[in-house]
Design a protein around this ligand. Sequence first.
Ligand code: NAD
Ligand code: UFG
Length: 343
Amino acid sequence: MIKFVHIKKILVTGGAGYIGSHACVELLNSGYKVIVIDNLSNSNEESIKRVQKITKKKIQFVKADLLDKEALLYVFEKNNIDAVIHFAGLKAVGESEEKPLLYYQNNVIGTINLCQAMIQHNVKNIVFSSSATVYGSCENLPINENSKTAPKNTYGRTKLIIENFLEDIKKSDHDWGIQILRYFNPVGAHDSGLIGEDPKGVPNNLMPYVAQVALGSLEIIPVYGNDYSTKDGTGVRDYIHVVDLAKGHIKALENIAKNSGYSVLNLGTGRGYSVIEIIDTFKKVSGVDIPYKVTERRKGDVAASYANVTLAQKELDWIAEKSLEKMCEDTWNWQKNNPNGYV
Ligand code: NAD
Ligand code: UFG
């Protein structure tokens, strides 16, 4: 349904985190006013300061938890919020298996609280961070938005539950504009080297692991299996530069300002790279030797996952532009400049 809403002030939940901080840069550079809510459970307020330094613009920061309904309502009451970009959530697959209720409470209940506060204050535009993990086993590649959803872990199930209830909200009230974005594998950093991914402890994900081995803070990369039916036997993924991803959110906001409705889009590049290709490219870009050893497959991993991105290109007029070299270059630049992350 066509509509014309002027979206000016955006509430960014989880805006101190990895993807959220990059989205804040793009929002501020595009002229939006930004208010961030984050409980800093997996981030550092320093990222907000760095975003302000990059953009020379101000962010309103509220340290609060989405589980705190009063705090949420207060934020909506005191601000004229036009739309929400909802990044806040816990995202560690392994931890979600160990502590399922923590994940259901934080991700699902947190989002219900957010939607209730939105309804109470008549804010009906939301962009939601979902994940390619909702697809589960990825039998047919590239994965399009109509592919079967069957998440293999608790984290993925929290994302799918949220997608489903957002769709129900839309069915109950057609004024809502809901954009579900299923990210593939976000990597890289802002090219200022001021913001980037700052995982707590030993990274679970490949790219930050590679960067820390290149830096010398970790010894060797475990390559989880080289007997998959892929080009070189190692896992293949659709890595997308975080700045391209962040720009996709601006396009998604423009889209919901013009159209109400519920839509689901993959955000990826449409190209798959293997673990070995990532290590080799990082080596080339950094000029550093990066040792690795092949180990057992990691439980729950799929051989290959990459997106069909034609729908996002069409609906958002958006395409990921940055190369794998640039993803590695920017990761390395961030890691070298911030060997201990934001601390
Ligand atoms: P992140 O952990 O860096 O950012 C999430 C932010 O949310 C953190 O700053 C954290 O402190 C905050 N947060 C968590 N629970 C909260 C709560 N209850 N109240 C307030 N703040 C809370 O993660 P990210 O990589 O930036 O991911 C952002 C979103 O994208 C997440 O929803 C994640 O599930 C999703 N996603 C991430 C990836 C990825 O590989 N990074 C892939 C697909 C989807
Ligand atoms: N890998 C290694 N060694 C490592 C880490 C990873 O060989 O130390 C391999 C994995 O086996 C996989 C590939 O590198 O083949 C990518 O692994 P990541 O952990 O970086 O990414 P995943 O695709 O497994 O998962 C990520 C996020 C999920 C998200 C999913 C889709 O962790 O939360 O992308 O968006 F759901």
